[in-house]
Design a binder for this molecule. Structure first.
Ligand code: APR
Length: 184
C-alpha cells in the first residue's frame, strides 16, 4: 500500500477511485455522510441504488456487507456503500460487524481495480459508535489488509492508497493519535 492518510474534510470532494458511504440497509439515502453523498452524486445515485437487488424485503445491504455503484457527479469513480452496526453496548457483535465493513469495502475496491479509497468514520454519527473504539477498528483492519497483501490475499490492490476522511478536526486528532501510538 502506498499510503495511509488521515485528512479532515468533506468526503464528497475527494478525487479518489472510491469513496465509502456509511449507508443504511435500505441503501436509499439518509442524513449525515449518506445524505451528503447522495446530494453530491445527483439523482442517478438513487436510481442506481434502487437497482441493487434486495436480499430480503427492505434490505439491499445487510449490516457489515458492502455494495458498489458508480459515483455519477462525484469526483470519485465509485461509491462503496457499507452499513455499520448501530451501537448498543458493545456486547452485540458491534466490533466484528464494523470490522467487516472495512474488510468488505476494501475487498470490493480491490475487485474493481481501485487504487485509492476514502472512508468516513463509519457508525460514529447517527449509529452512535464511540469514536475512539471505531477508529481503532478502522485502523487495525486497514493495516491488516496491508500485511495480508504480502500473503497474497485478494483484498488489497498493490499500491492502494487509503484515506480516512474525518469530518471534524477533533475526529482527525483521535485518528492521528492512534496511528502514532497504537497501544496508547
Ligand atoms: N464527509 C465526511 N464525513 C462526514 C460527512 C461528509 N460530508 N458528513 C458527515 N460525516 C461524518 C460524521 O461526522 C460522522 O463522523 O460521517 C460519520 C458517520 O456519521 P453518519 O453519517 O451519521 O453515519 P452512521 O453513524 O454510520 O449512521 C448511518 O445515518 O444518515 C444515516 O442513512 C444513514 O441510516 C444511516 C445512518
Amino acid at each position: 500500500m502506498k499510503a495511509l492518510q488521515i485528512v479532515q474534510g468533506d468526503i464528497t470532494t475527494l478525487t479518489v477511485d472510491a469513496i465509502v458511504n456509511a449507508a443504511n440497509q435500505m441503501m436509499l439515502g439518509g442524513g449525515g455522510v449518506d445524505g451528503a453523498i447522495h446530494r453530491a452524486a445527483g439523482p442517478e445515485l438513487y436510481e442506481a441504488c434502487l437497482k441493487v437487488p434486495e436480499v430480503r424485503p427492505g434490505v439491499r445491504c445487510p449490516t457489515g456487507e458492502a455494495r458498489i455503484t458508480p459515483g455519477f457527479r462525484l469526483p470519485a469513480k465509485f461509491v462503496i456503500h457499507t452499513v455499520g452496526p448501530v451501537y448498543r453496548d458493545g456486547l452485540h457483535g458491534e466490533s466484528e460487524l464494523l470490522a467487516a465493513c472495512y474488510r468488505n469495502a476494501l475487498a470490493l475496491a480491490a475487485e474493481n481495480a481501485c487504487r485509492s479509497i476514502a472512508f468516513p468514520c463509519i457508525s460514529t454519527g447517527v449509529y452512535g459508535y464511540p469514536l475512539e473504539d471505531a477508529a481503532r477498528i478502522a485502523i487495525r483492519e486497514v493495516q491488516a489488509a496491508v500485511s495480508a497483501r504480502a500473503s497474497a490475499r485478494p483484498d488489497m490492490t498493490p499500491d492502494m492508497e487509503v484515506i480516512f476522511c474525518c469530518f471534524s478536526e477533533r475526529d482527525k486528532q483521535v485518528y492521528d493519535r492512534i496511528v502514532q501510538a497504537p497501544g496508547g
